[in-house]
Design a protein around this ligand. Structure first.
Ligand code: PMP
Length: 316
């Protein structure tokens, strides 16, 4: 049996055939000798249409990783995170020599708002919702309390499409908020590296000052546009993944937490056990006795469920 990869929260589906064809047609006549249009007006417009915002409220980046990098560099000071969470926040802060203050999530993975608000010197707070790796959404009222303090806040919403929770209405009130999204997950474009942020136009224009005019290649930008034009095809896959997430969870709920994303946090470290079966999952070096399973295709999930059932029989 072939190995399967349920380790990076990727979409198990490649881009739809229709999208691939449109992209290949573009490649046939693309002007590779020319620079992209400065700041990608066409893609920015499509993202504005997709999200219901103006182009001035959108910044497009090379993966949302690049946006995190820019935001952390821009904040230039102590950053608050709530572990367990996405490791790249600390990676960038450390690269710039900024302090990372960890105010851990509570045992039910909710935000410790009072703990965050005590960090008076913080220049930046990062809230990940749905959180990677715990999979849960953060409560709106808690997020608002953090925003009310006025501190610049990143709401990392990379798994938005699987969650059914839209926080963009908060942007009308809070100019200190930026919502980070990506085309790597629901849009099946992890290999193309496209992320974006939505925020107040003043905040976006500050950030754009840090960005070179020709930062993204024309192929990634065009592929993103084609995918957005075919959003109906993506919607089908999102529903499939959500249904599979619920099915897998109901099968293994003795050792998994519920999730609003495209992965499940497992209450045991089953990494080595799954590796032996050719099922690659995420080890989570910073989270003791846990591991993370990405939702794949039905067939892949069946293999994971079977392996985990065997594991449960052994330990209980
Ligand atoms: N935020 C979170 C919470 C993530 O899990 C990831 C990817 N694993 C990212 C951001 C970055 O995604 P990308 O750079 O592919 O847009």
């Amino acid at each position: 049996m072939d190995d399967i990869y349920l380790d990076k929260n990727e979409n198990p589906f490649n881009v739809p055939e229709k999208v691939r064809k449109e992209f290949i047609n573009y490649v046939k006549t693309a002007n590779f000798n020319r620079y992209p249009e400065k700041w990608l007006p066409s893609l920015t417009k499509k993202l504005a249409g997709l999200t219901g915002f103006d182009i001035d409220n959108i910044i497009v980046t090379n993966g949302s990783d690049e946006l995190l990098d820019m935001l952390i560099k821009h904040a230039a000071g102590d950053m608050v995170i709530s572990s367990p969470t996405f490791e790249m926040y600390s990676f960038y802060a450390r690269n710039y020599g900024y302090n990372v203050i960890d105010v851990p999530l509570r045992s039910d993975f909710s935000l410790d708002v009072d703990g965050i608000l005590k960090q008076k010197d913080a220049k930046l707070v990062v809230i990940c919702s749905p959180n990677n790796p715990s999979g849960n959404l953060m409560d709106r009222e808690s997020i608002k309390k953090v925003l009310d303090s006025g501190v610049t806040t990143i709401l990392d919403n990379a798994y938005y499409e699987f969650s059914g929770e839209d926080y963009t209405d908060l942007l009308a009130k809070y100019k200190n908020l930026i919502i980070l999204r990506t085309l790597s997950k629901a849009f099946s474009l992890a290999g193309m590296r496209i992320g974006y942020g939505i925020a107040d136009s003043g905040f976006i224009s500050e950030l754009k000052k840090l960005q070179a005019p020709f930062y993204m290649n024309i192929l990634s930008a065009r592929m993103a546009e084609i995918m957005i034009d075919n959003y109906d095809l993506i919607g089908e896959k999102i529903r499939y993944i959500i249904n599979e997430r619920e099915r897998v969870y109901s099968e293994i709920k003795d050792i998994a937490y519920p999730s609003s994303a495209n992965f499940l946090l497992i209450k045991k470290d089953i990494y080595d056990y799954m590796e032996e079966k050719g099922i690659h999952i995420r080890k989570l070096p910073l989270v003791k006795d846990r591991s993370r399973l990405t939702i794949g295709t039905k067939e892949e999930n069946d293999r994971a469920i079977e392996a985990i059932h065997e594991y449960i029989e052994k330990i209980f």
